[in-house]
Write a protein that binds this ligand. Structure first.
Ligand code: COA
Length: 181
C-alpha cells in the first residue's frame, strides 16, 4: 500500500474518495496493527453491512490509503440509538493522525448526514467519551447536542480469543437533520 507523504495531506478535500468498505478493505481497517484487536468485530460488522444493518464508510486518499472511517448503524438493539427508520447511530469515527485538523472528519460527517437524509433518516445519534473534548467540540460545532449520559460499558474479543471489557463513560448526542440548512 502506498504511504502518505506530508504533501499528500495538503490535497483538496474534494480529491478524497468516500466509499463503503469492501471485503478487501478489512485488513486496512486495522490501521497498520493499531486496531488488530477489533478484527472479529470488523468481520462481524462487514457481515451486518451485507444485510443492510450498517454502513461502513471509509475515506481514501488519491494514493489509495485508507485515512478515515465512520460506521453507521441503521438499526440496533438500542432503538434510542438506531431504529431502522428515522434514527441512525454513528460510531468508530476516526481519522488517521497526520490527516487530522484539515476538515476530513467534518467532511465525512457531512457526507454521512446527507446520505442518511436521502435514506429517509431524520436523526443522528452518537456516543462520545467524556474524556474526549476534541471530538465533543467537533460534534457541537456540527449541531449535535448532549441528550444523555451513558455508562459506555462494552466488550470485544481479540483475534487471540481474549475478551476485553471497555469502561468508557460517554455522552449520548443527537442531531435533528430536519433542522439543518
Ligand atoms: C475526532 C476526529 C475524527 C476528527 O477528525 P478531523 O479530520 O481532525 O476533523 P476536522 O479536521 O474536520 O475538525 C477538527 C478541527 O480542525 C479544524 N479544521 C478543519 N479544517 C481545517 C483546516 N483546513 N485547517 C485548520 N483547521 C481545520 C476544525 O475546525 C476542527 O476544529 P475544532 O477542533 O476546534 O472543532 C479525529 O480527531 C480523530 O480521529 N480522533 C481520534 C478518534 C476519536 O476520538 N474519534 C471520535 C470518537 S467519538
Amino acid at each position: 500500500m502506498a504511504s502518505n507523504t506530508d504533501a499528500e495531506t495538503e490535497i483538496p478535500l474534494t480529491d478524497l474518495l468516500i466509499r463503503q468498505t469492501t471485503r478487501a478493505d478489512l485488513p486496512a481497517l486495522e490501521w497498520d496493527g493499531e486496531y488488530w484487536k477489533f478484527r472479529e468485530m470488523f468481520a462481524d460488522l462487514f457481515n451486518r453491512s451485507l444485510e443492510g444493518d450498517v454502513l461502513l464508510w471509509i475515506v481514501v486518499s488519491p494514493g489509495g490509503d485508507m485515512i478515515g472511517q465512520a460506521f453507521v448503524a441503521l438499526r440496533s438493539g438500542d432503538r434510542n440509538a438506531a431504529d431502522g427508520k428515522t434514527r441512525a447511530y454513528v460510531f468508530s469515527f476516526r481519522v488517521k493522525e497526520k490527516w487530522r485538523n484539515r476538515g476530513v472528519g467534518s467532511t465525512l460527517m457531512k457526507f454521512i448526514e446527507c446520505d442518511l437524509w436521502q435514506r429517509g433518516f431524520r436523526y443522528v445519534t452518537l456516543n462520545v467519551a467524556k474524556d474526549n473534548p476534541d471530538a465533543l467540540r467537533l460534534y457541537r460545532r456540527m449541531g449535535y447536542e448532549v441528550i444523555d449520559s451513558c455508562p459506555g460499558i462494552w466488550s470485544y474479543r481479540d483475534p487471540d480469543g481474549i475478551i476485553h471489557h471497555v469502561n468508557e463513560p460517554s455522552w449520548r448526542m443527537l442531531k435533528n437533520l430536519s433542522g439543518k440548512e
